[in-house]
Ligand binder design. Sequence first.
Ligand code: HEM
Length: 354
Amino acid sequence: MQNTLLTSARTSVGKLGTGLALLLVLLMLFGATETYAQSVRAPGNAVNLDDGIEDGPSNALGDDSQSDFWRNFRGGDPNDIKQMLEARPEGAVLTTTGQHWRELRENYIRKYAGWFPLGVIALLLLYHLIKGKMRIKGGFSGKTLPRFNINQRVSHWFMASVFTILGVTGLIILLGRPLIAPYLGKEVNSVLTSASMQGHNLFGPLFIVALVWMFIKFVRGNFFQWVDLKWIFKLGGFFGGHVSSSQFNFGEKSWFWLVILVGIVMSGTGILLLFPWLVDDLRWLQLSTILHAGGAILLISVLFGHIYVGTAGMEGSIDSMLKGEVDENWAKEHHDLWYEEVTGKSATEEEGTS
Ligand code: HEM
């Protein structure tokens, strides 16, 4: 009796064990298929190369083994890719460099890019809360000096408008999927993204015009000088103390050259992305998308600092770009060397004293 009970218990445990094992195998199989399906899913625009290339291009084998060829090919070896595309010009290739590029774009740039401009805004808010607006110490004198002519101001606002349109549409294209789609839905994101693509493609070439125009109108006065070193050592006077400066201070000069140099990179990479057939090595396009996104994030982040100093951060600044004139006391305090140059008077002496 005892033996029968023991045997029946053993049989039940055995059945349970077999059942669990089966369940585990099924779960593993299901899980593996899921993971496999995700990890090898090709991008939507990938083209399947048909059976003709299974052996590689006709002259690919030589002394090399099949696996050597495919390893180099996947690594992005331009010769192998060229051979392949010559054999199949209509094809698209899925290489390891391409996969690395996708990973960088999807897992890093799309995930973290938005934090840089947000970080700059947070720092500016913090600075403003602690230090407040930088006032003209002597107050407005009521007397003004001409600073920018109409050509310079139109060139500046043309650049500002084009840049704003490109910045907003570019951010939607780059960050729409992680930031808009989950909250407003895929449909809204898709409409916004395709409209942004059209706008971005249309206004992109105008950025090049704006850049050249801005360079011509502002390059005079933006060459670095020894006096700029004092500005650097005194941290621009943002934490107290007076700093001497000519027409543009070190911060403004750096902003000017950043706009010009990064602007050239943005224009070059933008042209490649607009006309991809200009290059035959896919890796130039991959590099272009990374540089284009990185440059945009850099310029947009620093732009917030520029807008802050031009508006809420410094009293009297915006007049120079709106009216073309600045108050004499503003000029004496922020651009003393320039004041002395244009008026022939000392920036430190009071009116009427000699
Ligand atoms: C939309 C908001 C903007 C505001 C409120 C603004 C404001 C100003 C102001 C007040 C100045 C004159 C500073 C002075 O008199 O010393 C200035 C100069 C300048 N701005 Fe803007 N700006 C804006 C957008 C932009 C954009 C989008 C760019 C370029 C991408 C830009 C590039 C420049 C440059 C290169 C200068 C001349 C500084 C130099 O040559 O060193 N600005 N801006």
